[in-house]
Design a protein around this ligand. Sequence first.
Ligand SMILES: [Zn+2]
Length: 315
Amino acid sequence: MNIHKIILPTPFAVGNVNVFLIQGERLTLVDAGVKTEEAWQAFQQQINEIGFTVSDIEQIVLTHHHPDHVGLLDYFENDIPVIGHHRNDVWISRDEAFIRHHDAFFAELFPKAGIDEKYLGALAGLKSMLRYSCERSLTHAVKEGDSIPGLSGWEVIETPGHALDHIALYHPQEKVMIGGDLLLEKVSSNPVLEPPQTVGGEREKSLLHYNHSLERLRQFDIDILYTGHGNEIHNVNELVDERLKKQRDRAAKVLLMLREKPSTVFMICQQLFPEIYKKQLSLTMSETLGQLDYLESVDAVTVDLSNGYWVYYAK
Ligand SMILES: [Zn+2]
């Protein structure tokens, strides 16, 4: 199997990101690093070391829309095929209507989550967060079970949760998966909060999607799982158990807090992530709301919205 791992720097706390070059019938790049000059230089250099130049790359597949996985698309020729889940396109193309929908969704959600007004100003709109991202469009949308042209033997697996457009690529004969950020060697993936697909649609519960995607991993026979950050994973089932246990432990902790005192999402967030929440409000709120969604799904809490914001009670 000809898979080459390319490690690129990012300006984010997560550190480096991995992208992969697969020598199928078409030379395919999976994911495209963050849009910085530094990442582009590192990319070109490593492509050359493998024996190729950038112009040899014939198509790009995206595991999900996060900037560290798509930003370098802007450095490629305009006519290169870009393949990903259909929900990816509004993000990478910076669809105006979607940006408005995104920002309106969070402007409504955060007060309901009980966030102090003084922090609301710090929540930048989507546009300003897209600095390291790209402005491109998918040329080809894929879904569960699809194959990818020029990449025979590989199939698309939908793995929503960390992002709702997240996909993995699986090669059953070789027992290899390229998993994006579905399961990482050293850290848990954040169940990032996203607006629903349509205006007025119901909020999608990222952590519940994520747990389901993790559980699904057990169905596949995987010798090597290539990841978006860090090393390859060989003991997939073991690590899935570990991640799910860690999530349940954290949920149990949240339930104890609620037994002490009914709370808003933000109050729980401050207790779970003291200090960090000030710097990483979106990510810590995603994680907190995820735990509360989980507790609600197992019928351990109730929610009251009568004052205009959610108050969670332990059952
Ligand atoms: Zn990501």
